[in-house]
Design a protein around this ligand. Structure first.
Ligand code: TEU
Length: 576
């Protein structure tokens, strides 16, 4: 099989199939659409495709609510189409990572149908069923077994009149949590994972995998969370289901049951855990190769540096030193220990060029390139989200009717019910709604950006005539080719893979500069602002006199000793 840790030099491209390419004109992306675009993905130079869920699903949360783990949803195609996609990727030297959603299933999964059928169902304890709070009537506000507030607003418990108990759902009520305390559940998950590995899959991105262990008491009860601020009757249950007491045990069991390779000619699988709320210490533990759990995790701390007191729905302007400090802490914290993922974007986050760059016509391209540069040359495995390589931008619609994301819609409903005005709530939703990332991929300047010949399920971003793949591939100075060159550097230079990270000028509010040191030294210096800047980099004159590997501004003024003058959003990469 391939080298033990091939993914240390790999770059992953995330495809959100619903919005990538529609082959049959129904307005929803599908597997045959992806198959038709494999040469485009390969041209970028990525090594792995991570496919967001394509399993059978009622689509309550766009596929993160699975009703059959062993079949492809007809919206996306068939198992035969998936086999063809896997073959197409492998033929191009790329691998497929599937999205594994096993903290919860859809409420339309047969397992849940059986579980809810009666209190005595053999599958009753495959999920979390609990009676109303003592002294309360089921279905009454406050009667829920705990006061936990859900990720998608409201209570995390849904009353089931027929069987007279509540069931737990950290996310939407159509996403009941599986009970991982039950070994039969764990065995069923591992069997399913092996079934996919035997089908040719090369790894898994594990949805909210650090939520699977709940802090359940010996008597089966679950603790309340600390009350939320304000008039809310809910509490923050997250300490009782995030990085829970048996997480390492479950991940280690999963590793040895599935991930240890050997499931298919000794294939070395890539495993990345999506771990909201994970701390650096927990990530060091989970990704420590000696513990045989996961290869890497997605941390969320850097995604929160611009959150206001109300969390994501109150974004504040980025204070660059905060972002730099967090990234540096994770670089230093995982150095020589575990391994890190590197990302700005995915299907849950707003487009980074609008969030932390400058998406004005003047600065969009340079800022998108510079954001890619400062991310990709850190230590870890970079993840490129579809359209990020084009510098795609937010849509930030101002009418709630334009949105479809369940998280956004539930938040709007709960906020307005709580007395907030439409304008206030929409001001919070526009910059950060997940739908910003889910508008259709922009292929060319033909109608609907070449995404579909029908009516797209979600409106295409009106910027598509200027921002599309056809234009980008044809333009050597495009964000696409800059990302392709960054990926080449990772494939070619050991210092990008193994070099020790050191942050320079931590307090500078415009400049993000760091070095990577191994046999060679790499220096990244970036102006993360829309104003020109001159900066001294003490001790870096040597590497500044080295090879200019990559720049956003080929006609930029050369360094003068350790002084560098940068245009707005100019970034450079030096090697010595
Ligand atoms: O997201 C987990 C998660 O934490 C999300 O709530 C995300 O962080 C939030 O929307 C950002 O504010 C995963 C999937 O990526 C997401 O698409 C699913 O909706 C969710 O789990 C439930 O499966």
């Amino acid at each position: 099989g391939p080298g033990q840790e091939w993914w240390r030099r790999a770059v992953v491209y995330q495809v959100y199939p619903r919005s990538f390419a529609d082959s049959d004109g129904d307005g929803v992306g599908d597997l045959r659409g992806i198959i038709g675009r494999l040469d485009y993905i390969a041209a970028l130079g990525v090594d792995v495709v991570w496919l967001s869920p394509i399993y059978r699903s009622p689509q309550a949360d766009n596929g993160y609510d699975i009703s059959d783990y062993h079949d492809v949803d007809p919206t996306f195609g068939t198992l035969a189409d998936l086999d063809e996609l896997i073959a197409g990727l492998h033929a191009r030297g790329m691998r497929l990572v599937m999205d594994l959603v096993v903290n919860h299933t859809s409420d339309e999964h047969p397992w849940f149908a059986e579980s809810r059928a009666s209190k005595d169902s053999p599958r009753r304890d495959w999920y979390w069923w609990r009676p109303p709070r003592p002294g309360c009537r089921g279905g009454e506000p406050g009667a829920e077994p705990t006061n936990w507030h859900g990720f998608f607003s409201g209570s995390t418990w849904e009353w089931d009149e027929a069987s007279g108990e509540y069931y737990l759902h950290l996310f939407d009520r159509k996403q009941p949590d599986l009970n991982w305390e039950n070994p039969a559940v764990r065995r069923a998950v591992y069997d399913m994972m092996r079934w996919w590995v035997d089908r040719g899959v090369d790894g898994f991105r594990m949805d909210v995998i650090n939520l699977i262990s709940k802090a359940v008491r010996p008597d089966g009860s679950l603790p309340d969370g600390a009350p939320l601020p304000g008039p809310s009757r809910y509490g923050d249950g997250s300490p009782h289901y995030t990085n829970g007491p048996r997480l390492d045990e479950f991940l280690h069991e999963m590793h040895d049951a599935v991930l240890a390779g050997g499931a298919r000619d000794g294939a070395v699988l890539l495993s990345v855990g999506e771990t909201p709320g994970v701390t650096l210490d927990q990530a060091r533990s989970i990704t420590d190769p000696a513990r045989r759990e996961l290869d890497m995790v997605f941390q969320f701390e850097h995604m929160g540096v611009d959150h206001g007191p109300g969390g994501k729905w109150q974004l504040r302007p980025l204070h660059l030193p905060d972002l730099k400090a967090n990234l540096a802490r994770w670089q230093e914290g995982l150095a020589g220990a575990g391994w890190n993922s590197l990302y700005w974007n995915n299907h849950d986050q707003p487009r980074v060029v609008s969030r932390w760059g400058d998406d004005s016509p003047e600065h969009r391209v340079a800022s998108a390139k510079t954001l890619g540069t400062v991310l990709h040359l850190q230590q870890g495995t970079p993840y490129v989200y579809q359209g990020e390589e084009l510098g795609m931008t937010n849509v930030s619609w101002s009418q709630i009717e334009d949105y479809q994301d369940v998280e956004t819609l539930n938040y709007y409903r709960e906020s307005v019910a709580g007395g907030a005005s439409d304008g206030e709530v929409m001001a919070g939703i526009g910059p950060v709604s997940r739908d910003n990332a889910r508008t259709p991929m922009q292929w060319d300047d033909s109608p609907q950006a070449g995404f579909t010949t029908g009516t797209p399920w979600l409106s295409v971003n009106p910027a598509y005539p200027q921002i599309n793949a056809a234009a980008a591939v044809a333009d050597p100075d495009s964000v696409f080719h800059h990302y392709r060159r960054l990926i080449e550097l990772r494939h070619r230079l050991d210092v990008v893979v193994d070099g020790r990270f050191e942050l320079l000028l931590p307090e500078h509010e415009q400049v993000f500069a760091y070095t990577r040191r191994a046999a060679q030294t790499l220096l990244v210096v970036a102006n993360m602002s829309s104003e020109p800047v001159a900066v001294d980099l003490p001790g870096q004159a040597g590497v500044l006199a080295g090879e200019l590997l990559l720049t956003t501004h080929p006609d930029g003024a050369p360094a003068d000793g350790d002084r560098v003058r940068l245009a707005p959003w100019e970034s450079r990469v030096y090697l010595a």
